[in-house]
Design a binder for this molecule. Structure first.
Ligand code: GTP
Ligand code: SPV
Ligand code: MN
Length: 600
């Protein structure tokens, strides 16, 4: 039964069937019966492992091929008719050629398998900001993850209606999981995504990065809204007011952690609370009152497991205690539960490491092994999160007061500073650079430019994307959110993080909110407004963050910043403008101004 009469959907699904030649086609209605049957089948075939159902009810485990554990940026393409529309940050290929090449790979790729047709909504069903997608896949793992990450099932088709053609077509086949023929391809002009030869989340849960960022950023430019790699959180103040903040950090740089932070004792006592609206992606559009409103298009968290524990992120850990899928973590065989680096101090003795080998966990660690893959993940329903916002399902979204950029920077970038204005804030976003992490394949710990934490996700020319940011700022005028930059990762001479981070990041949010409300002054420096050291509340942290440490955290080292600016100019000139990116002159204006400030 096909769940819809929409001829555009039916025609496209027929084409995909003709191409992939599955043995059977199953339309996913989202019912409990259907999901239970799929879980049972996946456990029977060994695709998923059932975990301890008393300690982790509804939880399943999955292991991907060791060659397939992260996003593959070098095999990710934006295929627009004109190469210049994909721009200098994307791999490009002519859509005609790419369709032809991939059609050969998909031809018969689902022989002997079932094709699942998944209707889903990104955003609350019925929200004016929501959009519909359909993903066809030969993986039950994908179906079960999409059930957590999106609003999946027949209701999504109801929202699309019987005639609309406005849905994103996603084709996924794990095929042979052959890394040499792995492709993650977006065709923004056709609302189409083709992904093949992978089964790792970021490459195959097509609603997430492929749709909600790469395709949606392109749609947002054409339709006057923004799709960003941003968490959304609400800070409830003692007077009951809630201020909403978004923050863009590159992959594995702290979005999930900040989104779910637990305020320090002193703040709790004063009545502060933090609510999570989203931990990875924000879709934002000006509302009727002229302010910028954000929804989280997702319905769950695909979070980094290592490092998550009851102290670092209690709310994330709680979110994973039921109906969660764990991927590439370790199994504690003593009670069939999960373990990862940083969960507890001592690894389980009787463990199965992420590749599937039974090991003595203590010896294995002593020899320097990772029991869980550094990019192992949990897929947890948002409704499990103890601090989920009451506005999570609000179709209109939440009004944004401040936006934050950040990254992993061992030096140079201070703990926090504010942009002079929206244009400077856009520049700040364009200047994000961060040490690479295990979330994508390739070397870890290398400093690279990652504008707006969107380098792997901008679905068109980065120069036009920056111009779109400036246009949005103009449209929002004095109602635009204020823009800040943070760095939780500054290190001292011995290589230790100077800022305690996690819950204590509340202290920085506090300053940011006070700045937005005009309640606190700042120091004007060549690079932006910095806090006066006494305006960052360190009550209860005095031993850890001494006045000398705070001074280092808030220092603007002119010589380092001159180098930073020189590198930015090189980046703009060579990597962007020199390779077909049309940089708005306003951004060069900011660069000139900061440079001259530094030389004064
Ligand atoms: P993606 O899901 O890949 O987009 O990642 P993310 O941005 O949500 O990152 P996440 O919150 O999962 O954090 C990734 C890593 O950063 C974890 O190992 C955390 O322990 C670490 N981390 C997060 N916040 C802080 C912080 O404030 N200070 C320090 N030192 N580490 C942090
Ligand atoms: C990221 O890498 O930014 C993630 C995980 O959030 S993935 O879904 O793999 O993109
Ligand atoms: Mn992410």
């Amino acid at each position: 039964m096909s769940l819809t009469n929409n001829p555009n959907v039916l025609k496209w699904v027929d084409e995909m069937i003709a191409l992939c030649k599955p043995e059977k086609v199953v339309w996913i209605d989202g019912s409990q019966e259907q999901l239970s049957a799929l879980k049972k089948e996946a456990v029977e075939t060994g695709e998923m492992i059932e975990l301890n159902q008393e300690k982790l009810p509804g939880c399943l485990y999955h292991r991907t091929n060791p060659n397939d554990v992260a996003r593959v940026e070098d095999r990710t393409f934006i295929c627009t008719r004109r190469k210049e529309d994909a721009g200098p940050t994307n791999n490009w290929c002519d859509p005609k050629d790419m369709y032809a090449k991939l059609s050969k790979l998909y031809d018969g790729a689902m022989k002997g398998r079932t094709m699942y047709v998944i209707p889903y909504s990104m955003g609350p069903i019925g929200s004016p900001l929501a959009k519909v997608g359909v993903e066809v896949t030969d993986s039950i793992y994908v179906v079960l993850n999409m059930n957590i990450m999106t609003r999946m099932g027949a209701d999504a088709f109801k929202n699309l209606g019987d005639e609309s053609n406005d849905f994103v077509r996603g084709l996924h086949s794990k095929a042979d999981v052959n890394p040499d023929e792995r492709y993650i391809v977006q065709f923004p002009e056709d609302n189409t995504i083709w992904s093949i030869n992978s089964a790792y989340g970021g490459n195959v849960l097509l609603g997430k990065k492929c749709f909600a960022l790469r395709i949606a950023s392109f749609q947002g430019k054409n339709e006057g809204w923004m799709a960003e790699h941003m968490l959304i959180l609400g800070v409830k103040k003692p007077n009951g007011e809630v201020k909403y903040i978004t923050a863009a950090f590159p992959s594995a740089c702290g979005k999930t952690n900040l989104a779910m932070l637990i305020p320090p004792e002193g703040y709790k006592k004063d009545g502060y609370e933090v609510f999570t609206v989203g931990d990875d992606i924000a879709w934002m559009k000006p509302g009727k009152d002229g302010r910028l409103y954000a929804i989280n298009p997702e319905n769950g968290f695909f979070g980094v497991a290592p490092g998550t524990n009851s102290k670092s992120n209690f709310n994330a850990l709680e979110s994973t205690r039921k109906n969660t899928i764990f991927t590439n973590v370790a199994i504690d065989n003593s009670d069939n539960t999960v373990w990862w680096e940083g969960l507890t101090k001592n690894p389980p003795v009787d463990a199965t490491e992420w590749k599937g080998a039974k090991v003595n966990g203590v010896d294995f660690k002593a020899e320097g092994g990772n029991l869980a893959h550094p990019n192992s993940r949990f897929t947890a329903p948002a409704e499990n999160c103890p601090c989920i916002s009451p506005e999570f399902n609000n179709p209109e979204g939440v009004p944004i007061t401040a936006m934050i950029f950040g990254g992993r920077r061992a030096s140079t970038t201070p703990l926090v500073y504010q942009s002079f204005d929206w244009t400077h804030g856009t520049y700040m976003g364009s200047a994000v650079s961060s040490e690479t992490t295990a979330a994508a394949t390739g070397a870890v710990g290398v400093l690279r430019h990652d504008p707006m934490a969107m380098k792997p996700f901008i679905g068109y020319n980065v120069g036009d994307y920056w111009a779109h940011w400036l246009e949005m700022g103009e449209k929002l005028g004095d109602k635009a959110p204020k823009i800040f930059n943070v760095n939780w990762f500054k290190k001292d001479e011995e290589g230790h993080f100077m800022w305690p981070g996690f819950g204590d990041n509340m202290r920085v949010l506090d300053w940011i909110i006070k700045r937005c409300e005009g309640e606190v002054d700042a120091v004007e420096t060549p690079i932006g407004y910095l806090p006066k050291p006494e305006d960052i509340n360190i009550q209860g942290l005095e031993d850890e963050v001494t006045p000398e440490t705070m001074e280092k955290l808030l220092c603007v080292d002119k010589e380092l910043w001159k180098k930073e600016i020189a590198e930015m100019r090189r980046y703009y000139d060579e990597d962007i403008a020199g390779k077909g990116g049309n940089i708005p002159s306003e951004l060069y204006g900011v660069l000139d101004k900061i440079e001259s400030n530094l030389n004064k």
